[in-house]
Design a binder for this molecule. Structure first.
Ligand code: NAI
Length: 353
């Protein structure tokens, strides 16, 4: 396994990780350790080029710094990616990434992300102790997605109340992606009396949502045209872009995906159309809050998670209120709220870090 440093201006450390013999090319990006060890998952997916994979690692690790700070966790931001279809994943690749993580000596903690399973994390853990989201080890935190879904649900409730007034009962939610988070979210929304319009690349999941939750199923592209109160992106990033903004027929965007806005212009266009955006890294921080109990070795996981979810609700409320008062896009207010936290730590929170 070769681990070559890559110069980066905004990031503390970036590495290209490779082993031609086992077909591994990947990257590890440590954006910031100012607040604590950098935490963020390991993702495997197909990329068109190394430049694209590196860009993903850089953007996602930066996003993790913001997310961890927004959740007031004593953690920094990092992310790792492996290039290639997850179907081509081998234990050798996972062990090699584990070795690379081990060489960072705790400055970066990895976890499950797109294309990874809990079983894969056990293979990574053969080479490094700096892995979260495990099962059967002390402080194991397991699957983060139920907590992520709860946080997204809370964010959606606040955004709907702010923009439309009232609760989620009777509201129509266009849900993109019925994966780990999407399913939990669909269940919560169904329980709250919301009506669902769903899509997924896997037609079976759509069929199941139709059967179990009375959802309306639509095609992958048609979700952007769905007449609904809320659009909930829970599949992939950059879905709010120059092509989609003008098509949306919703009042609120609130979902689980990371980096939902393709760029600042798309966020501004959304704002210009009067669509209220619940900033992604505040809405979806539940998963890292859950994983943080493992990294920080917090005994009372349920209490910690409940406190953090409540704090995230207050943060979302404050961001949306300030955005409304100042006429600014919520993502700009969110960044302005979080950026001061990236340069200092909260001493009271440093215990156990
Ligand atoms: P997942 O991989 O379990 O589910 C994604 C779902 O989206 C799958 O059912 C897939 O078939 C579907 N999908 C993929 N491309 C699609 C497309 N173009 N249109 C419609 N559906 C499509 O992922 P998971 O864990 O549910 O995460 C969802 C999103 O939330 C991801 O962007 C992830 O990065 C983000 N996220 C997840 C967290 C977690 O706790 N799992 C925490 C924070 C963010």
């Amino acid at each position: 396994m070769h681990m070559h440093p890559i110069p980066a201006s905004e990031h503390e450390e970036v590495y290209r990780v490779s082993d031609p013999e086992i077909g591994l090319t990947g990257f590890i990006a440590v954006h910031s350790t100012v607040r604590g060890p950098a935490a963020g998952g390991l993702r495997m997916r197909r990329y068109d080029s190394e430049a694209e994979a590196l860009r993903d690692a850089l953007l996602l690790s930066r996003g993790m710094s913001y997310k961890n700070a927004a959740a007031d966790l004593p953690l920094g931001g990092g992310k790792a990616v492996i290039m290639g279809d997850a179907a081509g994943k081998t234990p050798e690749m996972l062990r090699a990434m584990g070795e690379a993580v081990a060489r960072l000596e705790g400055r970066y903690w990895t976890a499950e992300d797109m294309g990874m399973s809990p079983a894969d994390m056990e293979v990574v853990a053969e080479r490094t102790a700096f892995v979260a989201g495990r099962k059967g080890v002390p402080f194991a935190s397991g699957d983060p997605s139920p907590v992520t879904a709860r946080g997204v649900y809370n964010a959606m409730r606040i955004a709907v109340r702010t923009r439309l007034g009232g609760g989620l009962k009777g509201r129509r939610v266009a849900l993109q992606g019925l994966g780990h988070v999407g399913w939990h979210l669909a269940d919560l929304l169904h329980g709250a009396g919301a009506r669902l319009v769903v899509t997924d690349a896997d037609a079976q999941r759509v069929a199941e949502a139709q059967r179990r939750l009375g959802a309306e199923g639509v095609g992958l592209d048609a979700i952007y045209d769905a007449e609904a109160d809320v659009f909930a992106p829970c599949a992939i990033g950059a879905v709010i872009n120059a092509q989609t903004v003008a098509r949306l027929k919703v009042s609120v965007v609130a979902g689980a995906a990371n980096n939902q806005l393709a760029d600042a212009a798309s966020g501004a266009a959304l704002h210009g159309r009067g669509i209220l955006y619940a900033p992604d890294y505040i809405a979806n921080a539940g998963g890292i809050v859950n994983a943080a109990t493992e990294i920080l070795r917090i005994g009372n996981r349920e209490g910690f998670v409940a406190d953090k979810l409540a704090a995230l609700e207050r943060t979302m409320q404050a961001v949306l209120e300030r955005a409304a008062a100042e006429g600014l896009p919520p993502e700009a207010v969110a960044d302005a709220t979080v950026e001061p936290l990236l340069t200092r730590t909260e001493p009271a929170l440093r215990h156990g870090a």
